[in-house]
Design a protein around this ligand. Structure first.
Ligand SMILES: *Cc1c(COP(=O)(O)O)cnc(C)c1O
Length: 494
């Protein structure tokens, strides 16, 4: 019977021989199934957590977060140390950010990437020193820039010529000099979902390094000539020359970020090589100095059995050797390197706890026209707490968490409670045939891009974030949204 349902499973999803087993490639060691059959997080049984905090709830392990943050930092520092390279590792806050998490990242020796005035406000509230913060974004407002400069953030990453000019004007008004990096587009199409591959040319981020794109910067021929450039140069060259010339901008170097959830080393090596080649050309041709290079983040994690991420040490080691090879080929010295892992730190730190509600079996025809069963399992959350399946066709792994999954396993689809047929939490999984309402499901690796992307669709309140740590402590990090919170912005206009 198991074999017949497996016709509906994608190739990567095997019928579980040991359904109680938590694959350590997907579940960090803080997530363990005990002899009772129940899953514990940092030693806390999920039934206890559900009782104390309700469901759905995001569970976020401080233990895992701190360990992954410091492991990435150390891996990069150690990989570049033999070459005398200095490294800063930024935690990409947009993947998961709370006051405590910002503080943990700093305590573990990392810097913090922010991507909006709101993220910056949170970092300030957490007491993150300005020099430890970078501000990103492709459309920063004057107010956001002013906030960043007033707080004296370490780096502003400029995404276009108009933005660079705006940063210059705001800095001038404040009587300051803005430390800027210029984001460039290395033209590498990393193999990931199209919406999160951000370095090929036809997308909104970064500035082109391609010859002949200078004219897109909107300067006259005479203005270009004044900068020592012509229409044969690149858009990024214009930005560099403008930044170099401005007394209000302190040009630190180039930045690139090729995408997210990337597994291969190749894309990163290629991007680094292209950016370093461009940096060498510009230092030579324009006489600018570019002492820093920020290579972004994007390292993939295991959501399901089909994902095979590299370890932080492999990621850092491969990047160090490819960056060194490029520098040697170009005859330039190693710049100060920065990296910005987000998901690879926060993702495996979190999991989402749901309660099972209605269960419905559907008959569908398979490829051979045979009638088959598909089980729909509804949970008490969905696309409002995890929009990634809808946005990116993301897959996740789920396990029955309040007791051991035993006996026959059925091919199932876990769906949310929203008014959309696309409201899927897990497209394909095996769950025990005796699953019933009131059981608890735990979805792995939801620490990144879930809480921070949550919405109130269908006026569903957003879940709390409960943080756990070794020794069996649980603390409420973000409380559950109440209906009152949610409705108070509606001013009751009749
Ligand atoms: C999103 C983002 C990151 C982090 O990406 P992850 O895939 O979460 O590692 C880093 N840098 C920039 C500029 C980003 O936009």
């Amino acid at each position: 019977m198991a074999e017949s349902s497996s016709l509906y499973a994608p190739d990567w999803l095997a019928y579980p021989q040991e359904p109680a087993h938590l694959d350590p490639a997907i579940w960090e060691a803080s997530f363990q199934r005990t002899a009772s059959g129940q899953v514990e997080v940092d030693g806390l049984p999920v039934t206890q957590l559900a009782q104390d905090y309700g469901t759905p709830a995001y569970l976020f392990s401080e233990t895992v977060f701190r360990a992954r943050a410091s492991r990435f930092r150390q891996a990069f520092e150690e990989a570049f140390a033999p070459y005398g390279g200095e490294v800063s590792v930024y935690y990409a806050g947009k993947s998961f950010l709370t006051t405590a998490v910002a503080a943990w990242a700093i305590q573990e020796g990392l810097y913090l990437d922010t991507a909006s005035g709101g993220e910056l406000a949170l970092a300030q509230g957490a007491g993150v020193p300005g020099e430890r913060i970078a501000l990103h974004g492709n459309n920063k407002s004057a107010a956001e820039i002013e906030r960043a400069l007033t707080y004296e953030v370490g780096r502003l990453v400029a995404d276009s010529v108009p933005e660079l000019e705006l940063i210059g004007r705001v800095a001038e008004g404040l009587g300051k000099q803005a430390p800027v990096m210029l984001r460039v587009t290395p033209g590498v199409h990393a193999s990931t979902h199209d919406f999160i591959a951000t370095a090929h040319e036809d997308q909104k981020f970064g500035q082109s390094m391609l010859a002949g794109t200078a004219r897109l910067a909107g300067l006259t021929e005479a203005q270009l000539a004044e900068l020592g450039l012509s229409q044969d140069d690149s858009y990024a060259a214009v930005a560099l020359a403008l930044a170099h010339q401005s007394p209000h901008l302190d040009l630190r170097g180039l930045h690139c970020h090729i995408g997210s959830q990337i597994f291969e080393a190749e894309g990163f090596a290629q991007a680094a090589d292209r950016v370093l080649t461009f940096a060498a050309q510009m230092q030579e041709g324009l006489g600018v100095s570019l002492p820093e290079l920020d290579l972004g983040g994007g390292y993939g994690i295991a959501y399901t059995q089909q994902d095979a991420p590299r370890s932080p040490e492999q990621v850092a080691g491969q990047l160090a050797s490819s960056v060194m090879a490029s520098c040697q080929r170009l005859g330039i010295s190693l710049p100060h390197l920065s990296f910005e892992p987000g998901r690879s730190i926060s993702g495996p730190s979190g999991a989402t706890l749901y309660e099972v509600g209605t269960i419905k079996d559907i008959e569908v025809e398979d490829a051979e026209g045979k009638t088959r069963l598909r089980r729909y399992v509804s949970v008490d959350g969905g696309m409002s707490d995890n929009p990634r399946p809808v946005l990116y066709e993301a897959d996740y792994t789920v396990t029955l968490a309040n007791r051991a999954p035993e006996g026959q396993q059925l091919l199932s689809r876990v769906v949310g409670k929203h008014c959309e047929s696309g409201d899927i939490v897990i497209r394909y999984c095996y769950l025990p045939a005796d699953l019933k309402a009131g059981d608890l499901l735990l979805v792995a690796a939801t620490g990144a891009y879930n809480h921070v992307m949550a919405s109130n669709y269908n006026y569903v309140t957003r879940p709390p974030v409960v943080t756990t740590a070794v020794g069996g402590t649980a603390r409420l990090m973000v409380r559950r949204e109440t209906e009152e919170d949610m409705l108070q912005r509606d001013l009751g206009l009749l």
